[in-house]
Design a protein around this ligand. Structure first.
Ligand SMILES: Nc1nc2c(ncn2[C@@H]2O[C@H](COP(=O)(O)OP(=O)(O)O)[C@@H](O)[C@H]2O)c(=O)[nH]1
Ligand SMILES: [Mg+2]
Length: 219
């Protein structure tokens, strides 16, 4: 019985994700679902990203957290529209939660929609939100073992941002090892070292977004 129920729930989710995906395609909106463990730097990366790109693109952000409006407030302080989803205990966002808040976002007026998922390297990897791209952030203090220990997350994402490279002199993190581990799990995924604090590598990230946005516009 439990198996049937879980299967039904996942099928419902897939339908909801497809509904979102069609809407995003119709409006030509690039949608990036950003996942990581808590504290890897998702919101800091987004604050810096929206500050850098809001002159060129119309950007909206959906923030997912178990509780509080804090991350949405940080994005608003960076000058960008943000809607907070408080999941009240759920460890991930699902496509129905996204569909529910879409009326608060004018997709016709949004070139890029960033979704910050709930901080967790496990559950969010199992849910398709209808996004264009999935990105994972891993920060250097979390250690090299996280890629092999959470393979699904690195399997379903196509870009791994290695954040907090400014801390590499102080924490044991080996970028070459991370490249090898990622290659073993997902040879298609790209590893990109960045620091949301120093700005190191940020041009690569901004260029990746710009190229993804261009690809969205192609018929
Ligand atoms: N040293 C350093 N700290 C960072 C960097 N990016 C984020 N942080 C810090 O990491 C903590 C968690 O960041 P936050 O963006 O809230 O992480 P989130 O939970 O993934 O959204 C905060 O204290 C940030 O200032 C970085 O590149 N370098
Ligand atoms: Mg956050």
């Amino acid at each position: 019985m439990k198996v049937t129920l879980e299967k039904d729930v996942m099928e419902n989710n897939d339908r909801a994700a497809e509904f979102n995906r069609k809407l995003f395609q119709k409006t030509g909106t690039l949608v990036i679902n950003i996942m990581s463990s808590p504290g890897a730097g998702k919101t800091t990366i987004l604050e810096k990203t929206v500050r850098a790109l809001s002159g060129q693109y119309r950007i909206s952000v959906i923030e997912g957290d178990i509780a509080t409006e804090r991350d949405a407030d940080r994005i608003r302080s960076a000058g960008t529209r943000a809607v907070q989803i408080a999941t009240e205990g759920e460890c991930h966002l699902d496509p129905r939660m996204i569909a529910k808040v879409l009326p608060e976002i004018d997709l016709d007026e949004t070139d890029i929609l960033f979704i910050e998922n709930v901080g967790n390297l496990v559950c969010p990897s199992e849910f398709d939100l209808g996004q264009t791209h999935k990105v994972v952030v891993l920060s250097t203090p979390e250690g090299n073992d996280k890629i092999p220990k959470y393979p699904l997350m690195f399997h379903v994402t196509e870009l791994a941002l290695i954040n907090k490279t400014d801390l590499i002199p102080y924490v044991p993190f080996d970028l070459d090892q991370a490249r090898k581990d990622l290659q073993a799990i997902n040879p298609e995924s790209r590893l990109m070292p960045v620091s949301a604090r120093s700005g190191q590598g940020f041009d690569d990230w901004l260029n990746w977004i710009k190229e993804a946005r261009q690809a969205c516009l192609k018929p």
